[in-house]
Design a protein around this ligand. Structure first.
Ligand code: OOG
Ligand code: NI
Length: 465
C-alpha cells in the first residue's frame, strides 16, 4: 500500500479544513473566490514580478487558520496533531499585552520551517491558549470553576493522537491510516452542535468574549481560515462592493509605493451563527453566537530584528500623530511616516540590514576570469549574485490583537491593578514539550546558508555572512 508523507498530509488537511469551513461559513468561500480573482488579475498585470514572494501555486493554496484551546494539556495535544503534519511551534505572542480590551490568551504559530517544506505547502495555524491564572481577568472563584470545566473535556480523541504520534515518528502514514487521521483531525475542529450552557457562557462573556469562546463550550473549532492575496487593497474594495461588511482597516504596514513588508491583514466581521443554548431548567432554545469570521492576508518581506524595531517604532509614531490629528485619516498619516522613514527599495533594505534575503549566483555573472568583489553588496551590484527576498511566514502581535478585538462583541473587563501572570517562550516550550522556535533565527539561518553557498562557489570562504 502506498504511504502519505507529512507534507501531503498537511496539504490534504488544509484542503479538507477549507472545504469544511466553507460549508460552515459560506462568506469564507466568497473571500477565497475574490482572492483568487485578484491574484489572477495581479499575475496578468505584473507577470513574473507577482511571484517574487512565492509562486502562484503556493500563494493560491496558502491558508492560515486560527484555533484556541484552554489548557497546557490541550496545547500539548494539539502540538502532537500539528507535528504529524510537519508543523512546529514558532514565535511567542502575548496578546494580553497587545490588546486594549480583554484578550486573555498567549499564542504561538505552528508551521513548516524549512524552505522546501514551505514551498510545498506553507499551511500554518495561529494557536492561542487561555490564561485562567491571570488575575487581571479571572478572580479565584471563576478561575477554579473554569479550570475544572476545562479539565473535564476532551478535544482530541485518543485514536487521533495515536495516529498523530505515528505520523510524527515515521514522517508518513499508510494510506488508510492517513485517511482516518485526516477525518478525525478535521472533525476535531468542526463547530459542535452540542448545546451551549447559556449561563456559563454568559458568565465568561462578561469577562471576555474570547474566554467564552474557549472555555464556554466543550470542544474547540476553527475560528477563521485565511487565504493569501497579492493585492489586499483591491480585495478590500471588491469585498466592500459585494456588500460584505469589512472591519475598518487593513492591519499592519500601510499601502505605499515601496516593497511589501511583513504582513497586512483584514477581515469581515464575525457572523451570527445559530447555536443551541441550554437554559438553567435544562430546556434547549435556539440562539446565535458571533465568533467566527473571515480574514485575508498579504505577505511581504521578512524584516530583521533591526527592521522589526523600526517597524514597531514607526507604528508608535503613527499612533502618536493620529491621536494629535483628528482630521487626517490614519492611512494617510501612516503612508507619510513610512515614506519618510522606511527604505523604499529591496536594495536599501538589504544594505541597511533591515530585511532578509537569500542570495544565489547569477547565471549571467562575469566569466572572464575577473575576481569577484568580496562584499555581498558589491556582488549584487556588479551582477555576480541575485538577492531574493525571504517572505515573512509569521504573525504580528498587534495586528493579531486588532483582529481579535475588531471581532469581539464587547470590550470585556480587565483589572489592571492586578499583577499579570508571566508567560514566555520558555514557559510555552515546557507546556508544549517542544521548543518554541525563534522566527528571526529561522530567517537568519536561511540567509546565512545561502551566503555560505555563494562564498563557497566563488572561493570567498569566510568572507561573507
Ligand atoms: C487569532 C487571531 C490572530 C492573525 O491572523 O493575526 C490571527 C484568533 O482570532 O484566534 O489569526
Ligand atoms: Ni488570522
Amino acid at each position: 500500500m502506498s504511504t502519505i508523507s507529512q507534507w501531503q498530509l498537511r496539504a490534504a488537511f488544509a484542503v479538507r479544513l477549507s472545504e469544511m469551513y466553507g460549508q460552515e461559513v459560506p462568506a469564507y468561500t466568497t473571500l477565497v473566490d475574490v482572492s483568487r480573482e485578484v491574484n489572477e488579475d495581479v499575475l496578468r498585470a505584473q507577470g513574473a514580478d507577482a511571484e517574487r514572494l512565492g509562486s502562484i501555486g503556493r500563494v493560491t493554496a496558502e491558508r492560515h487558520g486560527a484555533i484556541r484551546v484552554g489548557t497546557p494539556r490541550e496545547l500539548h495535544e494539539v502540538a502532537r496533531v500539528f507535528a504529524a503534519l510537519g508543523m512546529h511551534p514558532v514565535g511567542f505572542y502575548d496578546l494580553r499585552e497587545a490588546a486594549a480590551s480583554a484578550v486573555p490568551v498567549v499564542s504561538t504559530a505552528f508551521r513548516p520551517i524549512d524552505g522546501e517544506e514551505l514551498a510545498r505547502n506553507p499551511f500554518r495555524v495561529f494557536t492561542s491558549m487561555l490564561t485562567p491564572a491571570d488575575p487581571r481577568f479571572f478572580d479565584a472563584d471563576l478561575r477554579s470553576r473554569l479550570e475544572a470545566f476545562l479539565a473535564g473535556r476532551e478535544l482530541f480523541p485518543p485514536e487521533l493522537l495515536a495516529l498523530a504520534d505515528r505520523a510524527e515518528a515515521d514522517r508518513e502514514l499508510p494510506e488508510d491510516e492517513a485517511e482516518r487521521f485526516l477525518q478525525l483531525a478535521v472533525a476535531a475542529f468542526e463547530l459542535s452542535s452540542e448545546p451551549v450552557d447559556k449561563a456559563w457562557y454568559e458568565t465568561l462573556e462578561r469577562i471576555s468574549a474570547v474566554a467564552a469562546d474557549i472555555g464556554g463550550v466543550r470542544s474547540t473549532h476553527i475560528n477563521h481560515l485565511t487565504p493569501r492575496v497579492l493585492d489586499i487593497d483591491e480585495l478590500y474594495r471588491r469585498m466592500t462592493d459585494r456588500g460584505i461588511e469589512m472591519i475598518d482597516t487593513i492591519q499592519g504596514p500601510p499601502a505605499w509605493k515601496g516593497p511589501d513588508l511583513l504582513l497586512r491583514q483584514t477581515s469581515f466581521r464575525a457572523l451570527a451563527e445559530p447555536r443551541a443554548m441550554r437554559l438553567a431548567d435544562g430546556s434547549v432554545e435556539s440562539g446565535a453566537l458571533r465568533v467566527r469570521f473571515g480574514e485575508v492576508e498579504a505577505r511581504g518581506i521578512a524584516l530583521t530584528r533591526e527592521g522589526r524595531a523600526l517597524y514597531d517604532e514607526l507604528l508608535s509614531h503613527i499612533d502618536e500623530q493620529a491621536s494629535r490629528n483628528s482630521t487626517a485619516a490614519r492611512g494617510d498619516i501612516a503612508r507619510a511616516v513610512w515614506e519618510r522613514h522606511m527604505p523604499g527599495s529591496e536594495q536599501e533594505l538589504a544594505a541597511e540590514g533591515l530585511a532578509y534575503f537569500t542570495y544565489r549566483l547569477a547565471d549571467e555573472r562575469p566569466r572572464d576570469g575577473s575576481k569577484p568583489p568580496t562584499s555581498i553588496g558589491e556582488l549584487v551590484e556588479h551582477g555576480w549574485v541575485h538577492a531574493e527576498p525571504i517572505v515573512y511566514e509569521d504573525f504580528l502581535p498587534r495586528s493579531a490583537a486588532g483582529i481579535f478585538q475588531s471581532n469581539l462583541s464587547g470590550e470585556g473587563t480587565r483589572d489592571n491593578d492586578q499583577q499579570g501572570t508571566a508567560y514566555d517562550a520558555v514557559w510555552l516550550s515546557g507546556a508544549l514539550g517542544r521548543e518554541v522556535l525563534d522566527p528571526f533565527a529561522l530567517y537568519e539561518r536561511q540567509q546565512n546558508r545561502s551566503l555560505a553557498h555563494v562564498a563557497h562557489e566563488l572561493d570567498l570562504t569566510g568572507a561573507l555572512g
